[in-house]
Design a protein around this ligand. Sequence first.
Ligand code: C5P
Length: 229
Amino acid sequence: VDVAVIVVAAGSGTRLGRPEPKAFAPLAGRPMLSHALDGIFTLAEPVQLIVVAPDAELQSARAIVTASAGPAIGYTSVVAGGATRQLSVAAGLAAVAPGVTVVLVHDAARALTPAAQFEAVIAAVRATGSGVIPALPVVDTIKRVDAAGTVQETVDRAELAAVQTPQGFVRSELDEAYADPAADFTDDAALLAAFGHPVGTVAGDELAFKITTPWDLARAERLLAAPAA
Ligand code: C5P
């Protein structure tokens, strides 16, 4: 296969307030990770799937992958994550098979991301030969505030985008950045940018929102119960 998808699911998810790590919390009767794999298992082309899970959940992650495995998967691995998202991605990257040229990194917490978003990112990485991330315009007015909460200035939102996953990269560029990461970033596009590699965007999808709080989980439950028209 030519494409690997690394699904990072090793976060604890303290803001969700659940006893189990976030990706293993129930969403409409099955673990969030299981939903996150739905879109990947319906991709048109076979990919290598790598799930990065907390050490204590490796067996459970393997069971979830096996239970949901669909035809579009070349082969799968489940590996243990690290203390930060970046370390978890590094663990996943170490499992990417020889021959893979495009690597997607996806948050398990974006459990409702449509398959079309993966396909758009893969196509754009191939077309541009550089990193590509899904982005949405920012709808809120954004302020810079100081530590006391006093408004300092309004940031021009026309210059801002809210970015999602999967983030897609040319494998060699991602390998290079991860061999000597400049800092611990919250996404891979920042790491690539620190190496001077351009990163483009494709249109994101509202359904790819990140489940972080109990409110987000309730919203995901509602969307699964009654998909928006
Ligand atoms: O915490 P947050 O929702 O921003 O994390 C984004 C994604 O990164 C989640 O899918 C989470 O499981 C993953 N993550 C990870 N390893 C960590 C921290 C976060 O795989 N140490």
